[in-house]
Design a protein around this ligand. Structure first.
Ligand SMILES: C[S@@+](CC[C@H](N)C(=O)[O-])C[C@H]1O[C@@H](n2cnc3c(N)ncnc32)[C@H](O)[C@@H]1O
Length: 230
């Protein structure tokens, strides 16, 4: 982490997923959301917070990206989507297309998520908190469920093992019931080498940790989420 509290958003792809994708990535049922307090950590330009807020008691997204006015974010988000779609077109054979069907549909998901995010970010700025792992601006046990999608393990080339251990301990500090992390594969398309040592250290700290299959696959073989029950 080169001594910084959190990486600047520019080092990461600032796209976001829809609520439908989050439901599959985290195998979420209505019972996981209704009346609950939820954190989307590294929420990016995602629609989860906006949509889950219709069911949940409170949803907060934390990301170093947040803070600037919506207009100032829009062109960067568009550029990130175009970049991601172009990359997928080039590398389409490296992914599993059961969920999206084709690259254009995946592009539509990304645009729908960004549009919903920007509208909600403008109307409910209180839901979007600037900050980042490993020091979250939230109190102990302040949410029921914390979700982390497409951040930890994915970027294990720039976030080291100590960062992962500290980040997961921090998430376990703020979540009362569970932390869920998906996927466990890194950008090199294999399961991150940090998963096993980090699971061992969380267990040594006394946390219950399990790996669960989810009904979502985009990177081949990346169908497991990490569940920590603090
Ligand atoms: C690839 S995006 C994933 C967004 C969303 N979770 C999803 O699955 O679509 C990764 C996000 O992590 C954010 N991020 C980068 N460093 C972070 C940190 N230290 N703590 C929290 N979020 C961070 C980035 O700004 C970016 O929005």
């Amino acid at each position: 982490m080169s001594g910084e509290k959190f990486e600047v958003a520019d080092d990461f792809l600032t796209i976001g997923r829809t609520f439908a994708e989050y439901r599959r990535m985290f195998d979420l049922g209505v019972e996981d959301l209704a009346g609950r307090e939820i954190l989307d950590c590294g929420g990016g330009a995602g629609a989860f917070t906006a949509t889950a807020a219709e069911l949940a008691d409170r949803v907060v997204a934390v990301d170093p990206l947040y803070g600037p006015p919506p207009d100032a974010l829009e062109s960067d988000l568009d550029a990130a989507i175009e970049y991601n779609v172009a990359q997928l077109r080039e590398k389409r054979d490296l992914f599993v297309w059961d969920v999206y069907g084709d690259v254009d549909t995946r592009g539509r998901y990304l645009r729908a998520a960004a549009e919903r995010f920007l509208a909600d970010y403008a109307t409910h700025p209180d839901r979007y908190v600037a900050g980042g792992l490993p020091d979250l601006p939230l109190g102990d046990d302040s949410v029921d469920l914390a979700l982390v999608a497409n951040l930890l393990f994915v970027y294990d080339d720039r976030l080291d093992r100590e960062f992962h251990a500290a980040a997961l301990r921090e998430l376990a500090r703020v979540a009362r019931d569970a932390v869920r992390v998906f996927p466990l594969h890194s950008l090199d398309r294999t399961r991150s080498g940090y998963v096993d040592p980090v699971v061992d250290s969380l267990r040594a700290d006394g946390h219950a940790v399990s790996l669960r299959e989810v009904p979502y696959e985009f990177q081949p073989g990346a169908t497991e989420m990490l569940v920590i029950e603090p």
